[in-house]
Design a protein around this ligand. Structure first.
Ligand code: DAH
Length: 341
């Protein structure tokens, strides 16, 4: 066998194979095949001994030159493939900075809580302090101390959640009046937000659980005019500067006189429409002058002090402000609706 022509054939074959390499693995395979420990050219080099001494040097030189050539072709191809791979990765990992980002959804307070905070803020601005009372209340604080007669219908099992041992889930925030007055001397100026419970069958305007805010102002010469002035400011702040108010006589056991506060209709302004049932007015809250019997229960001198109180339903105010006709909307937590409010 002619070593030189065999070497030339190997050189051609290797060069061709190197050109078709697509990966580093391909390059390695070609290297092993031709110049590896048992590669075709390596084996050929081992046969140098068979060449006649006169030609050995020249043939050896040629074989080694071919080996070097194949080595550098392999190295070149390897580099090309590596560069191509790197370019490909870079291309894939490129960030399109002009692509619009994903929107981060930011939560917001529930409309009921928003209105609750707004109302509290109005009264804090008038010098009231916000305090809280327990949701599980004594029957005494919830009813007796508030001058509810023993036969009053709201004491009925059908209206209140009794939890036993003289306790009831508070049916209103008014018992907080008793707690506050028992714990401090006049002057008292508090608002009490909180959850209340009643055995009502849920419908468009009733739920078994709802929020109220109680207000109480007691001092030595608090008058009905103070009550009216305070609630007029409340109404204007919450419902807008054009809002008019009126008192409608009512009955509550713990106030005398008692009244309900109406505001001029938010839709028609008083002319009469569907929302106000053509009356021009919307009922907003209950209020009155603290009954002397309540003062007696808490140990205040009912001849020396006077006070006013009021209690409002937070969901009712939220419904009026947001134009919601069914109170259950506020508890279903349909995000589409909540986001629109
Ligand atoms: N507690 C009453 C209720 O739940 C609301 C109320 C009316 C509170 C008159 C008051 C008030 O403080 O003076 O219906």
């Amino acid at each position: 066998m002619d070593l030189q022509s065999e070497a030339a054939r190997i050189r051609e074959a290797a060069a061709k194979a190197i050109k078709t390499c697509k990966s580093i693995d391909d390059v390695d395979a070609v290297r092993v095949k031709y110049i590896g420990r048992r590669g075709e050219l390596t084996l050929l080099l081992r046969k140098l001994g068979e060449v006649s001494p006169g030609q050995r040097k020249e043939v050896g030189k040629m074989l080694n030159a071919i080996k070097d050539e194949i080595s550098s072709l392999l190295a070149e191809r390897r580099k090309e493939i590596e560069t191509a791979l790197k370019d490909e990765t870079l291309r894939k990992e490129t960030i399109d900075v002009t692509l619009p980002g994903r929107r981060v959804r930011i939560g917001k307070l529930h409309p009921t809580l928003r209105i609750l905070n707004e109302i509290i803020d109005v009264f804090v601005g008038l010098g009231f302090t916000a305090v809280e009372g327990p949701e599980i209340e004594t029957e005494y604080n919830n009813f007796d101390a508030l001058n509810f007669p023993p036969w009053h219908p709201s004491r009925d099992d059908f209206d209140s959640f009794y939890v036993g041992d003289g306790y009831v889930l508070r049916t209103h925030t008014s018992p907080a009046q008793v707690r506050v007055m028992k714990s401090q001397e006049p002057p008292v100026r508090v608002v009490v937000p909180g959850r209340c419970y009643r055995r009502d069958t849920p419908d468009a305007s009733h739920l078994m659980s709802f929020f109220q805010i109680e207000g109480l102002y007691v001092d030595h010469d608090v008058s009905l005019a103070d009550l009216k002035g305070t609630l007029a400011i409340f109404a204007r702040e919450i419902f807008g500067p054009e809002t008019k108010i009126r008192f409608r006589p009512h009955y509550f056991p713990f106030t005398e006189p008692s009244a309900e506060l109406d505001i001029s209709c938010l839709v028609c302004g008083g002319a009469g429409c569907r929302l106000c049932k053509q009356s021009g007015w919307l009922e907003v809250l209950g209020c009155g002058m603290v009954h002397p019997n309540v003062f007696k229960h808490v140990g205040y001198d009912h001849k020396a002090v006077t006070g006013f109180a009021f209690g409002l339903g937070v969901e009712r105010i939220a419904m009026l402000k947001y134009g919601i006709s069914d109170i259950r909307t506020l508890y279903e937590n349909d995000l589409k609706i909540l986001n629109s409010l």
